[in-house]
Design a binder for this molecule. Structure first.
Ligand SMILES: Cc1cc2nc3c(=O)[nH]c(=O)nc-3n(C[C@H](O)[C@H](O)[C@H](O)COP(=O)(O)O)c2cc1C
Length: 363
């Protein structure tokens, strides 16, 4: 029996256990996207995990949407991340970087460049986002990418992936979930393009497939993962046929050679579901389309994660919010200790409070 706490290997990458820390945006970078020194402490404290996936990190200035999110496109950012990966590796965990290009989920006040946010189509998302200067603001209408610009965006993902490897990461995860740029290409309400990158399912998956292939070509498929969230309506994303879209996407990706496919169950953030159906039925529905490792996040507990591992459907279990207030989550789950509750009011604030100051049980 494979337990959550036993070592495993992910396409050649040795992991000390099957527990993964989910990507968690925490907005602790400085004004130019450099992780602050206590970001090192936060990740190192959580390196009892087998694998840590970093918070969403922009591959370029153009990819930034939120305030104080980190990047991986300047020498200062790379140097700061090097210290983080060294701390994590010293405790035995492996670390992937999540590359997040926000596309239309962006506000000019949060960005370091004057250019308007860019997206597959000029469709304004419903809703608002936080800005440090003017608090909550409506999402603006993005500019639509010209077809000729798209190769340059893929080049940014490739350069960022090489930078992540240079910074000591064991691989990268392309963020194609939760309504950000890659997800905006997949979904029918955010992608209304009439060129080869829109329209039919094969058109809407094209950009994501090209991005994954380019990154895998640059750093190796075994170091490339992808995150998807079929049926999740976060950030005003509605796909008419999310299961059909995601099956086509997975079938077009080299999943046997990739590090993993990471699925975020759609009820983790919001109870809304469009026509993807029952979230518990999602994993069995997607499993035949993933030829390599499948990893899953969304309201897991030690018991439900173990049950999913036992079923053979998944290879690793991913925990998000539990890691925020429990730096020693693996140890607590192993011993059945109580879990501390995170302070949601400090999820996205700037300092170490509610971030790197949660104690371990032994502290
Ligand atoms: C504060 C916070 C920040 C998050 N940031 C990201 C992110 O940067 N990238 C991402 O893919 N998901 C992000 N998520 C989603 C988590 O990765 C995870 O899928 C979700 O919290 C469900 O897992 P859980 O029930 O174990 O928390 C975030 C969630 C929270 C609570």
């Amino acid at each position: 029996m494979k337990t959550l706490f036993e070592p495993t290997s992910l396409n050649g990458l040795a992991l000390q256990n099957r527990v993964v820390m989910a990507p968690l945006t925490r907005n602790r970078a400085d004004a130019v996207g450099v992780p602050r020194p206590f970001v090192h402490d936060y990740y190192t404290q959580r390196a009892g995990a087998g694998l840590i996936i970093s918070e969403g990190t922009q591959p370029s200035f153009a990819g930034q949407g939120y305030c104080r999110t980190p990047g991986i496109h300047t020498p200062e950012q790379i140097a700061a991340w090097k210290r983080v990966t060294a701390g994590v590796h010293a405790r035995g965990a492996k670390m992937f970087m999540q590359l997040m290009h926000c596309g239309r989920i962006a506000h000019p006040l949060n960005r370091q460049i004057p250019d308007a946010p860019v997206a597959p189509s000029a469709v304004q998302p419903a809703g608002q986002m936080w800005t440090d200067q003017s608090q909550l603001q409506d999402f603006p209408t993005p500019r639509a990418f010209e077809t000729a610009e798209l190769a340059g965006v893929i080049d940014e993902f490739v350069a960022a992936s090489r930078n992540a490897i240079a910074a000591g990461f064991d691989g990268v995860e392309l963020h194609a979930a939760n309504g950000y740029l890659l997800n905006q290409f997949l979904a029918s309400n955010s992608n209304q393009r009439t060129d080869a990158y829109g329209g039919s399912v094969s058109g809407r998956v094209r950009f994501v497939v090209e991005a994954v292939e380019a990154v895998a070509g640059a750093i190796g498929a075994a170091r490339t993962g992808i995150r998807v969230s079929p049926g999740h309506m976060f950030n005003d994303l509605v796909d008419a046929q999310p299961l059909e879209t995601h099956r086509a996407l997975l079938d077009a990706l080299p999943t046997a050679k990739m590090a993993y496919v990471h699925v975020m169950l759609p009820d983790a953030f919001s109870p809304q579901l469009n026509n993807a159906g029952d979230p518990q039925a999602l994993i069995p529905a997607l499993r035949p389309h993933v030829k390599g490792a499948l990893i899953v996040a969304g309201n897991l507990t030690a018991a439900s994660a173990q049950a999913m591992l036992d079923s053979g459907l998944i290879q690793l279990a991913v925990f998000g919010r539990p890691f925020i207030a429990n730096p020693d989550l693996v140890e607590r789950m192993k011993t059945g200790a109580a879990l501390a509750a995170p302070r949601a009011d400090l999820f996205y604030t700037a300092g170490p409070e509610g971030y790197s100051d949660y104690p371990a049980l032994t502290a």
